[in-house]
Design a protein around this ligand. Sequence first.
Ligand code: NAD
Length: 355
Amino acid sequence: MTAFWAEPDFDAHELVQLVHDRASGLTAIIAVHSTHCGPSAGGTRFWHYSDPAGAMRDALRLSRGMSYKNAMAGLPMGGGKAVILADEQRIKTPEMLAAFGDAVEGLGGRYVTAEDVGITEADMVAVSQRTAHVSGLPVTGAGSAGGDPGPFTAYGIYLGIKAAVAHKLGKDSLSGVHVAVQGTGSVGGGVARLLARDGAKLTLADINAARAASLAAELGGVTASTDGIMATPCDVFSPNALGAILDDEGIAALDCAIVAGGANNQLAKPQHGANLAARGILYAPDYVINAGGIISVATEYLARRDGRTGDIAEVNALVAQIPGRLEAIWQESDSSGVSADVVADRMAQKLIGRG
Ligand code: NAD
């Protein structure tokens, strides 16, 4: 058996806790990658893994990703992630959520949880009955931070696309700039609406074809097939659906100057960042451009912890710093010849004291 420490995804994580609660049937992993910048923060994933090793891989990989994302967002938070191993029926009970809340509480604030795939706001409310180290709770009043992070993620991506268009195309307006948007859900739909307001030309695709069509009709755009969207001749390709779409085939198909979107883990393999650069395509590292949601979640948590109500203006002010961070990455990449994804990783590693 391979030693745990030799696992390729183990990156000197500060803590990896296996949680089992016999009474409720909860089995979970909580991974704290780094608390260098502050309490580790990252959502809880509720997922059925046919091989439990996949759950460990996710916890290790995603918690490291949160360290990088939170550091690059300028948040006083480290990186962590939890995975609850669902059974085949994906049964989730109040008792399991209570036991999970107790496990988070047991870490004394080293890990702060929130929603991720398979976990709802109502689940987080249940967890909050057992621990204060939780975020992503319902909004408490008009203008206060919290609730659905999607709109903040979309706003950061919109600002990032504007910055990319200025950097690569030398344009200070999105008017007439053609953006192909893959995925028109919470994030992609929000991005498309903001782009349309600035006069961008839109091509939209979604596996939910009716959703893409109705948004295109509302915004005056057109639709493309989900197979064809990556090859659409355009200025900006904005992936807002799946990860790992930037593989050999996907990159070869691209007919754009810029890739800038919110999907997590867009590069299929590390070398694909260099492949994009070799094609002369400007890449906005995913965890930098899509940080609006975690900025909202973290602002909500920090305000509650300090006995205040965080407000939306505070969140938007932090999200507005995303384009400046991207510009710093692109400038460093231009001057060093190192691809933008690697520049971002190095900056993040330095910020978490591992550079
Ligand atoms: P969502 O479920 O609201 O929307 C995803 C959309 O993508 C859906 O409309 C779905 O039908 C569509 N889709 C799925 N597969 C597709 C395909 N092959 N081609 C075209 N469309 C496809 O999810 P979301 O919250 O908008 O998140 C989108 C992406 O952004 C995910 O990768 C997510 O991890 C990432 N992300 C989201 C947030 C957030 O705040 N919601 C924050 C950071 C990153």
